[in-house]
Write a protein that binds this ligand. Structure first.
Ligand code: NAI
Length: 454
Protein backbone atom coordinates (compact mmCIF):
# COMPACT_ATOMS: atom_id res chain seq x y z
CA UNK A 1 0.00 0.00 0.00
CA UNK A 2 1.42 3.40 -1.02
CA UNK A 3 2.83 5.58 1.74
CA UNK A 4 1.01 8.84 0.90
CA UNK A 5 2.76 10.78 3.66
CA UNK A 6 6.16 9.86 2.16
CA UNK A 7 4.96 11.02 -1.28
CA UNK A 8 3.61 14.27 0.21
CA UNK A 9 6.82 15.10 2.06
CA UNK A 10 8.67 14.56 -1.24
CA UNK A 11 6.95 17.70 -2.66
CA UNK A 12 8.08 21.27 -1.91
CA UNK A 13 4.80 22.31 -0.18
CA UNK A 14 4.80 19.02 1.75
CA UNK A 15 8.34 19.59 2.97
CA UNK A 16 7.54 23.16 4.02
CA UNK A 17 4.37 22.23 5.86
CA UNK A 18 5.75 19.22 7.71
CA UNK A 19 8.88 21.16 8.71
CA UNK A 20 6.73 24.02 10.07
CA UNK A 21 4.60 21.58 12.05
CA UNK A 22 7.62 19.67 13.32
CA UNK A 23 6.39 16.41 11.73
CA UNK A 24 8.68 13.55 10.63
CA UNK A 25 10.69 14.24 7.45
CA UNK A 26 11.25 10.89 5.75
CA UNK A 27 13.88 11.07 3.02
CA UNK A 28 13.49 9.15 -0.22
CA UNK A 29 15.99 6.34 0.30
CA UNK A 30 18.47 5.41 -2.40
CA UNK A 31 18.15 1.71 -3.08
CA UNK A 32 20.02 -0.57 -5.47
CA UNK A 33 19.15 -0.30 -9.15
CA UNK A 34 20.86 -1.73 -12.22
CA UNK A 35 21.57 1.85 -13.37
CA UNK A 36 22.96 2.96 -9.98
CA UNK A 37 24.21 -0.13 -8.17
CA UNK A 38 26.68 1.71 -5.93
CA UNK A 39 26.99 4.85 -3.86
CA UNK A 40 29.17 7.31 -5.70
CA UNK A 41 31.37 9.96 -4.15
CA UNK A 42 33.99 10.18 -1.45
CA UNK A 43 34.66 7.58 1.22
CA UNK A 44 36.37 9.20 4.17
CA UNK A 45 38.58 6.91 6.27
CA UNK A 46 39.03 8.18 9.84
CA UNK A 47 40.77 6.65 12.83
CA UNK A 48 40.31 6.97 16.59
CA UNK A 49 42.81 5.39 18.96
CA UNK A 50 45.79 3.38 17.80
CA UNK A 51 44.52 0.79 15.31
CA UNK A 52 46.33 -2.34 14.09
CA UNK A 53 43.72 -2.98 11.40
CA UNK A 54 44.97 -3.08 7.81
CA UNK A 55 41.89 -1.38 6.44
CA UNK A 56 43.02 0.83 3.58
CA UNK A 57 43.56 -1.98 1.01
CA UNK A 58 40.10 -3.39 1.65
CA UNK A 59 38.39 -0.02 1.36
CA UNK A 60 40.35 0.73 -1.80
CA UNK A 61 39.77 -2.62 -3.54
CA UNK A 62 36.22 -3.13 -2.43
CA UNK A 63 34.98 -1.97 -5.85
CA UNK A 64 32.59 0.37 -4.15
CA UNK A 65 32.86 3.12 -6.75
CA UNK A 66 33.94 5.40 -3.91
CA UNK A 67 36.98 7.66 -3.99
CA UNK A 68 38.94 6.77 -0.89
CA UNK A 69 40.11 9.72 1.16
CA UNK A 70 42.78 8.06 3.34
CA UNK A 71 43.12 8.58 7.07
CA UNK A 72 45.01 11.79 7.82
CA UNK A 73 44.08 13.56 4.54
CA UNK A 74 42.59 17.02 4.62
CA UNK A 75 39.15 17.38 3.04
CA UNK A 76 37.45 20.67 2.22
CA UNK A 77 34.09 19.88 3.76
CA UNK A 78 32.48 22.88 2.09
CA UNK A 79 32.92 21.43 -1.40
CA UNK A 80 34.03 17.80 -0.99
CA UNK A 81 31.26 16.21 1.02
CA UNK A 82 31.71 12.49 1.66
CA UNK A 83 28.94 10.03 0.85
CA UNK A 84 30.44 7.49 3.26
CA UNK A 85 32.61 7.56 6.34
CA UNK A 86 34.42 4.61 7.92
CA UNK A 87 35.73 5.38 11.39
CA UNK A 88 38.19 2.79 12.65
CA UNK A 89 37.75 2.78 16.42
CA UNK A 90 39.08 -0.74 16.97
CA UNK A 91 42.01 0.71 18.92
CA UNK A 92 39.85 2.67 21.38
CA UNK A 93 40.81 1.28 24.80
CA UNK A 94 40.08 4.06 27.28
CA UNK A 95 37.91 7.10 27.81
CA UNK A 96 40.56 9.44 26.40
CA UNK A 97 40.72 7.58 23.11
CA UNK A 98 36.91 7.43 23.04
CA UNK A 99 37.09 11.24 22.88
CA UNK A 100 38.89 10.78 19.54
CA UNK A 101 35.65 9.31 18.18
CA UNK A 102 33.95 12.58 18.97
CA UNK A 103 36.86 14.59 17.61
CA UNK A 104 36.87 12.63 14.34
CA UNK A 105 33.15 12.71 13.58
CA UNK A 106 32.01 16.00 15.09
CA UNK A 107 33.42 18.17 12.27
CA UNK A 108 32.32 15.75 9.54
CA UNK A 109 28.85 14.56 10.39
CA UNK A 110 26.97 17.58 9.04
CA UNK A 111 28.62 17.26 5.63
CA UNK A 112 27.78 13.58 4.97
CA UNK A 113 25.54 13.43 1.89
CA UNK A 114 21.87 12.40 2.08
CA UNK A 115 21.42 8.56 2.05
CA UNK A 116 25.10 8.44 3.06
CA UNK A 117 26.66 5.85 5.31
CA UNK A 118 28.66 5.99 8.52
CA UNK A 119 30.27 2.72 9.56
CA UNK A 120 32.11 2.64 12.89
CA UNK A 121 34.51 -0.23 13.40
CA UNK A 122 35.03 -1.59 16.88
CA UNK A 123 36.65 -4.52 18.66
CA UNK A 124 34.98 -7.21 20.72
CA UNK A 125 34.72 -6.07 24.34
CA UNK A 126 37.62 -7.77 26.18
CA UNK A 127 36.46 -9.75 29.27
CA UNK A 128 39.97 -9.36 30.74
CA UNK A 129 40.10 -5.55 30.39
CA UNK A 130 37.09 -3.70 31.80
CA UNK A 131 38.33 -0.31 30.57
CA UNK A 132 38.52 -1.53 26.97
CA UNK A 133 35.20 -3.38 27.39
CA UNK A 134 33.51 -0.26 28.75
CA UNK A 135 34.56 2.05 25.94
CA UNK A 136 34.02 -0.53 23.18
CA UNK A 137 30.49 -1.05 24.53
CA UNK A 138 30.29 2.75 24.62
CA UNK A 139 30.59 2.73 20.82
CA UNK A 140 27.26 0.89 20.68
CA UNK A 141 25.45 3.68 22.52
CA UNK A 142 27.23 6.23 20.36
CA UNK A 143 26.24 4.57 17.09
CA UNK A 144 22.64 3.96 18.10
CA UNK A 145 22.27 7.58 19.20
CA UNK A 146 23.87 9.05 16.09
CA UNK A 147 21.57 6.85 13.99
CA UNK A 148 18.58 8.44 15.70
CA UNK A 149 19.70 12.01 15.15
CA UNK A 150 21.44 12.03 11.77
CA UNK A 151 18.37 12.09 9.46
CA UNK A 152 18.21 12.61 5.64
CA UNK A 153 18.17 8.87 4.96
CA UNK A 154 21.69 8.45 6.36
CA UNK A 155 22.51 5.28 8.29
CA UNK A 156 25.00 4.51 11.07
CA UNK A 157 26.15 1.00 11.95
CA UNK A 158 28.82 -0.62 14.13
CA UNK A 159 30.94 -3.54 12.90
CA UNK A 160 33.08 -5.44 15.41
CA UNK A 161 35.92 -7.17 13.63
CA UNK A 162 39.50 -8.38 13.87
CA UNK A 163 40.35 -9.01 10.20
CA UNK A 164 39.46 -6.35 7.63
CA UNK A 165 39.67 -8.76 4.67
CA UNK A 166 37.14 -11.15 6.19
CA UNK A 167 34.74 -8.19 6.36
CA UNK A 168 34.90 -7.26 2.68
CA UNK A 169 31.39 -8.52 1.87
CA UNK A 170 30.09 -6.58 4.88
CA UNK A 171 31.74 -3.35 3.69
CA UNK A 172 30.29 -3.93 0.22
CA UNK A 173 26.84 -4.25 1.78
CA UNK A 174 26.93 -1.48 4.36
CA UNK A 175 28.65 1.03 2.07
CA UNK A 176 26.12 0.56 -0.72
CA UNK A 177 22.47 1.35 -1.54
CA UNK A 178 21.62 -2.28 -0.65
CA UNK A 179 21.60 -1.47 3.07
CA UNK A 180 19.22 1.52 2.76
CA UNK A 181 16.93 0.37 5.61
CA UNK A 182 19.59 -1.07 7.96
CA UNK A 183 20.65 1.37 10.66
CA UNK A 184 21.63 1.30 14.32
CA UNK A 185 22.90 -2.30 14.02
CA UNK A 186 25.84 -3.99 15.69
CA UNK A 187 27.38 -6.71 13.52
CA UNK A 188 30.19 -9.05 14.50
CA UNK A 189 32.45 -10.34 11.76
CA UNK A 190 34.81 -13.17 12.73
CA UNK A 191 38.22 -13.77 11.26
CA UNK A 192 36.74 -16.45 9.01
CA UNK A 193 39.47 -18.84 10.06
CA UNK A 194 41.81 -16.96 7.70
CA UNK A 195 40.33 -15.94 4.39
CA UNK A 196 42.92 -17.67 2.19
CA UNK A 197 42.58 -21.02 3.92
CA UNK A 198 38.81 -20.67 3.80
CA UNK A 199 38.86 -20.01 0.09
CA UNK A 200 40.51 -23.37 -0.45
CA UNK A 201 37.76 -25.20 1.38
CA UNK A 202 34.97 -23.18 -0.19
CA UNK A 203 33.81 -22.14 3.26
CA UNK A 204 34.82 -18.51 3.37
CA UNK A 205 36.20 -17.86 -0.09
CA UNK A 206 35.38 -14.59 -1.79
CA UNK A 207 32.98 -14.98 -4.71
CA UNK A 208 34.59 -15.07 -8.10
CA UNK A 209 32.37 -12.30 -9.42
CA UNK A 210 31.06 -9.74 -6.92
CA UNK A 211 28.48 -8.69 -9.51
CA UNK A 212 26.90 -12.19 -9.51
CA UNK A 213 28.16 -13.69 -6.25
CA UNK A 214 25.67 -16.57 -6.26
CA UNK A 215 26.38 -17.82 -9.77
CA UNK A 216 26.43 -21.61 -9.79
CA UNK A 217 24.65 -21.81 -6.41
CA UNK A 218 21.22 -23.15 -5.61
CA UNK A 219 18.96 -21.32 -3.16
CA UNK A 220 15.69 -22.51 -1.67
CA UNK A 221 13.29 -19.87 -0.31
CA UNK A 222 10.24 -20.84 1.73
CA UNK A 223 7.10 -18.70 1.45
CA UNK A 224 8.28 -17.43 -1.94
CA UNK A 225 4.90 -16.95 -3.63
CA UNK A 226 4.54 -13.35 -2.46
CA UNK A 227 5.71 -10.58 -0.12
CA UNK A 228 9.21 -10.71 1.32
CA UNK A 229 9.86 -14.27 0.10
CA UNK A 230 9.17 -13.29 -3.51
CA UNK A 231 11.60 -10.36 -3.18
CA UNK A 232 14.25 -12.62 -1.64
CA UNK A 233 13.90 -15.08 -4.54
CA UNK A 234 14.17 -12.23 -7.06
CA UNK A 235 17.24 -10.74 -5.37
CA UNK A 236 19.06 -14.05 -5.06
CA UNK A 237 18.26 -14.75 -8.73
CA UNK A 238 19.63 -11.30 -9.62
CA UNK A 239 22.82 -12.32 -7.82
CA UNK A 240 23.07 -15.42 -10.00
CA UNK A 241 21.43 -18.16 -7.91
CA UNK A 242 19.25 -20.89 -9.32
CA UNK A 243 16.16 -20.42 -7.13
CA UNK A 244 13.80 -23.06 -5.83
CA UNK A 245 10.61 -21.31 -4.72
CA UNK A 246 8.66 -23.17 -2.04
CA UNK A 247 5.16 -22.35 -0.84
CA UNK A 248 1.98 -24.12 0.24
CA UNK A 249 0.12 -26.04 -2.48
CA UNK A 250 -2.71 -23.48 -2.12
CA UNK A 251 -0.37 -20.72 -3.40
CA UNK A 252 -0.54 -22.54 -6.78
CA UNK A 253 -0.56 -20.06 -9.67
CA UNK A 254 1.26 -17.30 -7.77
CA UNK A 255 4.12 -19.65 -6.89
CA UNK A 256 4.40 -20.96 -10.45
CA UNK A 257 4.42 -17.40 -11.81
CA UNK A 258 7.22 -16.28 -9.46
CA UNK A 259 9.36 -19.32 -10.26
CA UNK A 260 8.79 -18.94 -14.02
CA UNK A 261 9.62 -15.21 -13.97
CA UNK A 262 12.91 -15.90 -12.17
CA UNK A 263 13.86 -18.91 -14.29
CA UNK A 264 13.63 -21.06 -11.18
CA UNK A 265 11.71 -24.07 -9.97
CA UNK A 266 8.45 -24.18 -7.99
CA UNK A 267 8.13 -26.59 -5.08
CA UNK A 268 4.57 -26.80 -3.72
CA UNK A 269 4.98 -28.09 -0.19
CA UNK A 270 3.63 -27.29 3.27
CA UNK A 271 6.81 -26.72 5.26
CA UNK A 272 5.15 -28.11 8.40
CA UNK A 273 4.81 -31.58 6.84
CA UNK A 274 6.76 -34.19 8.83
CA UNK A 275 8.63 -35.27 5.71
CA UNK A 276 9.30 -31.72 4.41
CA UNK A 277 13.07 -32.10 4.88
CA UNK A 278 13.12 -35.44 3.05
CA UNK A 279 11.03 -34.04 0.18
CA UNK A 280 13.30 -31.02 -0.21
CA UNK A 281 16.34 -33.32 -0.20
CA UNK A 282 14.69 -35.52 -2.84
CA UNK A 283 13.99 -32.47 -5.02
CA UNK A 284 17.64 -31.35 -4.75
CA UNK A 285 19.78 -34.44 -5.40
CA UNK A 286 22.81 -32.26 -6.31
CA UNK A 287 22.55 -30.40 -3.00
CA UNK A 288 21.70 -26.94 -1.73
CA UNK A 289 23.84 -23.86 -1.00
CA UNK A 290 21.40 -21.34 0.48
CA UNK A 291 18.37 -22.14 2.63
CA UNK A 292 16.13 -19.15 3.40
CA UNK A 293 13.45 -19.77 6.03
CA UNK A 294 11.00 -16.99 5.22
CA UNK A 295 7.54 -18.61 5.48
CA UNK A 296 5.70 -17.20 8.46
CA UNK A 297 2.20 -16.63 9.78
CA UNK A 298 0.49 -14.63 12.51
CA UNK A 299 -2.59 -15.55 14.59
CA UNK A 300 -2.75 -12.54 16.90
CA UNK A 301 -4.76 -12.48 20.12
CA UNK A 302 -3.91 -11.53 23.70
CA UNK A 303 -2.90 -14.53 25.78
CA UNK A 304 -6.13 -14.43 27.84
CA UNK A 305 -8.11 -14.93 24.64
CA UNK A 306 -5.72 -17.24 22.82
CA UNK A 307 -6.86 -20.84 22.42
CA UNK A 308 -4.29 -23.55 21.63
CA UNK A 309 -5.57 -23.58 18.03
CA UNK A 310 -4.08 -20.12 17.54
CA UNK A 311 -0.85 -20.89 19.39
CA UNK A 312 0.24 -24.12 17.74
CA UNK A 313 0.19 -23.27 14.02
CA UNK A 314 2.30 -20.15 14.58
CA UNK A 315 4.94 -22.06 16.53
CA UNK A 316 4.80 -24.87 13.99
CA UNK A 317 5.27 -22.74 10.83
CA UNK A 318 7.61 -20.10 12.27
CA UNK A 319 9.85 -22.21 14.50
CA UNK A 320 9.32 -26.00 14.66
CA UNK A 321 9.45 -26.47 10.88
CA UNK A 322 12.57 -24.29 10.71
CA UNK A 323 14.28 -26.46 13.33
CA UNK A 324 13.16 -29.72 11.68
CA UNK A 325 14.13 -28.87 8.11
CA UNK A 326 17.44 -27.27 9.09
CA UNK A 327 18.39 -30.38 11.07
CA UNK A 328 17.35 -32.71 8.25
CA UNK A 329 19.16 -30.79 5.49
CA UNK A 330 22.33 -30.36 7.54
CA UNK A 331 22.61 -33.91 8.87
CA UNK A 332 21.58 -35.45 5.54
CA UNK A 333 24.31 -33.50 3.72
CA UNK A 334 21.93 -31.66 1.36
CA UNK A 335 23.34 -28.34 2.60
CA UNK A 336 26.82 -28.35 1.12
CA UNK A 337 29.98 -27.02 2.79
CA UNK A 338 30.09 -23.27 2.20
CA UNK A 339 26.29 -23.27 2.60
CA UNK A 340 24.22 -20.53 4.18
CA UNK A 341 21.09 -20.72 6.33
CA UNK A 342 19.17 -17.45 6.68
CA UNK A 343 16.14 -17.50 8.99
CA UNK A 344 13.53 -14.81 9.56
CA UNK A 345 13.00 -13.39 13.01
CA UNK A 346 11.12 -10.13 13.71
CA UNK A 347 11.49 -7.09 15.91
CA UNK A 348 8.43 -8.51 17.73
CA UNK A 349 10.68 -11.37 18.81
CA UNK A 350 13.15 -8.87 20.27
CA UNK A 351 10.86 -6.25 21.81
CA UNK A 352 7.69 -8.28 22.37
CA UNK A 353 4.32 -7.07 21.13
CA UNK A 354 0.87 -7.08 22.76
CA UNK A 355 -1.33 -9.69 21.11
CA UNK A 356 1.64 -11.63 19.76
CA UNK A 357 2.85 -13.94 22.54
CA UNK A 358 2.78 -16.85 20.08
CA UNK A 359 4.44 -14.97 17.21
CA UNK A 360 7.06 -13.31 19.43
CA UNK A 361 7.90 -16.64 21.08
CA UNK A 362 8.43 -18.19 17.64
CA UNK A 363 10.56 -15.31 16.40
CA UNK A 364 12.63 -15.06 19.58
CA UNK A 365 13.13 -18.81 19.11
CA UNK A 366 14.79 -18.02 15.76
CA UNK A 367 17.25 -15.74 17.56
CA UNK A 368 18.09 -18.57 19.97
CA UNK A 369 18.49 -21.03 17.11
CA UNK A 370 20.90 -18.78 15.23
CA UNK A 371 23.07 -18.04 18.24
CA UNK A 372 23.33 -21.68 19.28
CA UNK A 373 23.61 -23.40 15.91
CA UNK A 374 25.76 -20.81 14.09
CA UNK A 375 29.13 -21.69 15.64
CA UNK A 376 28.46 -25.45 15.58
CA UNK A 377 27.14 -25.55 12.02
CA UNK A 378 30.23 -23.70 10.82
CA UNK A 379 32.69 -26.01 12.53
CA UNK A 380 30.83 -29.26 11.78
CA UNK A 381 29.38 -28.56 8.32
CA UNK A 382 31.05 -25.38 7.03
CA UNK A 383 27.62 -23.69 6.98
CA UNK A 384 26.79 -20.28 8.47
CA UNK A 385 23.47 -19.58 10.21
CA UNK A 386 22.14 -16.01 10.49
CA UNK A 387 18.80 -14.24 10.73
CA UNK A 388 17.14 -11.11 9.45
CA UNK A 389 14.72 -9.43 11.85
CA UNK A 390 12.39 -7.24 9.81
CA UNK A 391 10.61 -4.26 11.32
CA UNK A 392 7.66 -2.63 9.56
CA UNK A 393 7.85 -3.80 5.95
CA UNK A 394 5.29 -2.76 3.32
CA UNK A 395 3.57 -6.04 2.40
CA UNK A 396 0.02 -7.39 2.18
CA UNK A 397 0.39 -8.38 5.83
CA UNK A 398 1.05 -4.80 6.98
CA UNK A 399 -1.44 -3.29 4.49
CA UNK A 400 -4.13 -5.13 6.46
CA UNK A 401 -3.11 -3.43 9.72
CA UNK A 402 -5.57 -0.69 10.90
CA UNK A 403 -4.61 2.80 9.63
CA UNK A 404 -3.49 4.35 12.93
CA UNK A 405 -1.27 1.41 13.88
CA UNK A 406 0.08 1.24 10.34
CA UNK A 407 1.06 4.93 10.43
CA UNK A 408 2.72 4.47 13.83
CA UNK A 409 4.65 1.46 12.50
CA UNK A 410 5.84 3.48 9.52
CA UNK A 411 7.01 6.54 11.43
CA UNK A 412 8.40 5.03 14.67
CA UNK A 413 11.89 4.49 13.33
CA UNK A 414 14.89 6.65 12.57
CA UNK A 415 14.12 6.77 8.83
CA UNK A 416 10.43 7.66 9.46
CA UNK A 417 9.12 5.20 6.87
CA UNK A 418 8.35 1.54 6.34
CA UNK A 419 10.88 -0.71 4.66
CA UNK A 420 10.30 -2.56 1.41
CA UNK A 421 10.53 -6.34 0.90
CA UNK A 422 13.67 -5.74 -1.13
CA UNK A 423 15.41 -4.31 1.95
CA UNK A 424 15.02 -7.66 3.73
CA UNK A 425 16.05 -9.41 0.51
CA UNK A 426 19.28 -7.41 0.18
CA UNK A 427 20.26 -8.26 3.75
CA UNK A 428 19.52 -11.92 3.06
CA UNK A 429 21.67 -11.74 -0.10
CA UNK A 430 24.59 -10.34 1.93
CA UNK A 431 24.32 -13.25 4.42
CA UNK A 432 23.99 -15.68 1.50
CA UNK A 433 27.09 -14.47 -0.32
CA UNK A 434 30.04 -16.87 -0.52
CA UNK A 435 32.09 -13.89 0.70
CA UNK A 436 30.19 -13.79 4.01
CA UNK A 437 31.71 -16.88 5.61
CA UNK A 438 32.98 -14.79 8.53
CA UNK A 439 29.47 -13.49 9.26
CA UNK A 440 27.89 -16.13 11.48
CA UNK A 441 25.39 -16.31 14.33
CA UNK A 442 24.21 -12.75 13.65
CA UNK A 443 20.70 -11.31 13.92
CA UNK A 444 20.46 -8.11 11.91
CA UNK A 445 17.35 -5.99 12.14
CA UNK A 446 16.03 -4.53 8.91
CA UNK A 447 13.86 -1.94 10.56
CA UNK A 448 15.17 1.56 9.87
CA UNK A 449 16.24 1.51 13.53
CA UNK A 450 12.75 0.94 14.88
CA UNK A 451 12.03 2.32 18.33
CA UNK A 452 10.62 -1.11 19.16
CA UNK A 453 13.34 -3.30 20.58
CA UNK A 454 15.86 -0.53 20.19
P1 NAI B 1 3.22 -13.00 3.72
O1 NAI B 1 2.07 -13.47 4.51
O2 NAI B 1 2.97 -11.97 2.65
O3 NAI B 1 3.94 -14.25 2.99
C1 NAI B 1 4.25 -15.41 3.71
C2 NAI B 1 4.32 -16.57 2.73
O4 NAI B 1 4.62 -17.76 3.49
C3 NAI B 1 3.02 -16.81 1.99
O5 NAI B 1 3.25 -16.95 0.59
C4 NAI B 1 2.50 -18.10 2.60
O6 NAI B 1 1.71 -18.89 1.72
C5 NAI B 1 3.79 -18.80 2.98
N1 NAI B 1 3.55 -19.83 3.99
C6 NAI B 1 2.80 -19.73 5.12
N2 NAI B 1 2.75 -20.92 5.76
C7 NAI B 1 3.48 -21.79 5.02
C8 NAI B 1 3.78 -23.16 5.15
N3 NAI B 1 3.29 -23.89 6.16
N4 NAI B 1 4.54 -23.75 4.19
C9 NAI B 1 5.03 -23.04 3.17
N5 NAI B 1 4.76 -21.73 2.98
C10 NAI B 1 4.00 -21.10 3.90
O7 NAI B 1 4.30 -12.52 4.76
P2 NAI B 1 5.51 -11.47 4.64
O8 NAI B 1 5.04 -10.16 5.13
O9 NAI B 1 6.12 -11.55 3.30
O10 NAI B 1 6.51 -12.05 5.73
C11 NAI B 1 7.55 -12.96 5.42
C12 NAI B 1 8.31 -13.29 6.70
O11 NAI B 1 8.78 -12.08 7.30
C13 NAI B 1 7.48 -14.00 7.75
O12 NAI B 1 8.29 -14.95 8.42
C14 NAI B 1 7.08 -12.87 8.68
O13 NAI B 1 6.82 -13.34 9.98
C15 NAI B 1 8.36 -12.02 8.65
N6 NAI B 1 8.13 -10.63 9.03
C16 NAI B 1 7.38 -9.78 8.27
C17 NAI B 1 7.23 -8.45 8.66
C18 NAI B 1 6.44 -7.46 7.84
O14 NAI B 1 6.40 -6.28 8.23
N7 NAI B 1 5.85 -7.83 6.72
C19 NAI B 1 7.82 -7.96 9.90
C20 NAI B 1 8.59 -8.94 10.62
C21 NAI B 1 8.74 -10.21 10.18
Amino acid sequence: MADRYLSFTGTAPGRLLTRRLGLPQPARLRRWSAEQPTLQGRLLHLTAGKSDLDLAPVLALAGLDLDLVPAGSALDLGTENPVAVVLDATGVRDVDSLAEVHAALHPVVRSVAGSGRIVVLGSLPDPADHHQAAVQQGLEGFVRSLGKEIGRGRTVNLVRLTDARAAESTFRFLLSPRSAYVSGQVIEVGDGGGTDAGAGTGVVGAPVDWGRPLAGRTALITGAARGIGEAVAATLARDGARVVCLDVPGAGADLDAVAARLGGVALALDITADDAGARIAAALPEGLDVLVHNAGITRDRRLVNMPAERWSPVLDVNLASVLRTTDALLSGGTLRPGGRVVATASIAGIAGNAGQTNYAASKAGIVGLVRSLGPRALSEYGVTVNAVAPGFIETRMTAAVPLFIREAGRRMNSLSQGGLPVDVAETTAWFASPGSGAVNGQVVRVCGQSLLGA
